[in-house]
Write a protein that binds this ligand. Structure first.
Ligand code: FE2
Length: 489
């Protein structure tokens, strides 16, 4: 990081003009101009250079009074030009923060962004270049032979707030702890070695118990492990889950009694990895199952379902006779997208909101679509996680807007952006005391065309009006990224 960047971040009191001076140093613009580079380094994916701050953001409209806190979003932003094949999943995690204080009319909104200072990034900073292979390539076997990680923990996928700590997550390795105000990296491995191996980017916080339920998966045994942190952040359970083979598990769900896993035939494939197609393969002939793992311990129960591919779940809940899981399901594993040769799928193969209902009496599963294809990054009111919920908010897979799904009426309404604009995952923040589940606001980064500065849109979740109640104008574009969260002050 340059001295200028450091000054920018440490003082948080810099004019927009000074902060943006770092942009002129960007190697990213060179990568973006090269037709031979990965599609994930161009257009809406192109990285930005330099960590900047801006404490004088212009706000159009009126920020709702209850939005007093920080919207935080993680995503890949490679610090150095990749040494080999680059995929969206490889870039160094960069956290973008918009701190909101609507009652403070002088400074209602501030922005800053900062890389997660992982050990791998520190090594690369010292070397002045990229040192690690991407996930589409073989791991660095020389490092593996020395007992070190063959890939870099990119800390680029998601953020979770639990026991007054903010963690940046990457499913192949341990979390990193981040200061939610300054975005300084406070350390890696906040569980101090108590949890070994991968740690999902999608832990679930149970608002009734305060627990954080999470898992890790691995190509070697144990293939899957379930972990539970109590509300104070102490590890109270770490249990192996028996699987016949290792399969990709990006997300899961919880009910008050169960952790709900999908055992889909998206298997580890060394053959694909050797061909530069990523580490996963698709073997539908192996069948698929949905599993209920008792949170309190005990025997898992598995139920046959149709083979499919799921990255993200919305939620799960239970009654005396049933367990319901809502997820974004594709009919097959999108190997070509993961291999980096394409950024989209044919319409019929795009993810769609999907309901699985397990009948606990006869062990049969009823499943089917809830909407047309083309929805991902599902979010909802967080305090309904593990309980029956009515509303889901998804991002269109072409980034052109969002959908609001009513799971009770089985209806969908769309909020489409102007042509050429792109949206991102929408995080729901409830209005305190609102009587309806959709009483609150959606926060999402929105990118105008042609690389103009991004905006944070604040959308009324109940009306789902295409006119946001407020638009916070940010100092520069923000690359397409992954998952965010809201941390109330
Ligand atoms: Fe994810």
């Amino acid at each position: 990081m340059s001295g200028l960047d450091r000054t920018v971040l440490e003082k948080h009191q810099v004019s927009r003009r000074v902060a943006l001076a770092t942009l002129s140093l960007s190697p990213a613009v060179l990568w973006a101009a090269d037709d031979a580079v990965s599609p994930f380094l161009k257009g809406i994916y192109a990285p930005v250079a330099g960590e900047i701050a801006d404490d004088k953001l212009q706000v159009e409209g009126k920020l709702p009074d209850h939005l007093h806190g920080s919207y935080l979003r993680n995503g890949p932003n490679p610090r150095f030009a990749p040494k080999g094949k680059y995929h969206w999943f490889d870039g160094d995690g960069m956290v973008h923060a918009v701190h909101l204080a609507p009652s403070d009319t002088k400074v209602p909104a501030r922005y800053l962004c900062r890389h997660v200072r992982t050990a791998g990034l520190e090594e690369e900073e010292k070397a002045g270049k990229s040192l690690f292979p991407g996930l589409m390539e073989l791991p660095d076997l020389a490092r593996v032979a020395k007992g070190r990680d063959g890939y870099k923990n990119a800390a680029n996928t998601a953020l979770v707030w639990h026991h007054n700590q903010l963690w940046a997550l990457w499913e192949g390795g341990c979390p990193h702890r981040i200061d939610p105000k300054s975005l300084q990296t406070l350390g890696s491995d906040p569980l101090a070695g108590a949890w070994k191996g991968g740690f999902t980017a999608h832990p679930k916080v149970d608002s009734a118990t305060g627990e954080m339920i999470f898992f890790g998966y691995s190509p070697t045994k144990p293939y899957l492990r379930l972990g539970i942190l109590d509300k104070g952040g102490r590890l109270t359970a770490a249990r192996d889950i028996d699987l016949p083979r290792s399969v990709m598990q990006h997300d899961f769900a919880i009910t008050p009694d169960y952790a709900v896993f999908l055992d889909m035939p998206q298997t580890f494939s060394l053959a694909n990895l050797a061909l530069g197609k990523g580490v996963f393969g698709w073997q539908p002939e192996l069948g698929a199952r949905i599993g209920l793992i008792p949170r309190a311990g005990g025997q898992a129960k598995w139920f046959a379902i149709s083979p499919g591919s799921v990255f993200h779940t919305l939620n799960a809940w239970q009654t005396a006779q049933t367990v319901t899981l809502i997820a974004c399901r594709m009919p097959r594993f999108p190997a070509e997208v993961l291999a980096g040769g394409a950024t989209d799928l044919p319409e019929a193969e795009r993810p769609r909101l999907w309901r699985y209902e397990i009948n606990l009496t006869n062990s049969k599963v009823t499943e089917g679509p809830l909407d047309d294809p083309g929805s991902e990054m599902p979010r909802m009111r967080e305090d309904r996680i593990s309980l029956a919920n009515r509303f889901a908010y998804t991002l269109r897979t072409d980034f052109a807007g969002w959908r609001k799904h009513d799971l009770v009426k089985n209806t969908t309404i769309a909020l489409n952006l102007p042509a050429g604009w792109s949206g991102a995952e929408a995080v729901f923040v409830a209005t305190p005391g609102a009587p309806s589940e959709d009483g609150g606001h959606l926060l999402a980064f929105v990118q105008p065309p042609s690389g103009e500065p991004a905006q944070l849109w604040v959308i009324d979740a109940a009306s789902f009006s295409p006119d946001p109640v407020a638009r916070v104008k940010l100092p520069r574009r923000i690359p397409a990224g992954f998952h965010g969260c809201w941390v109330s002050s």
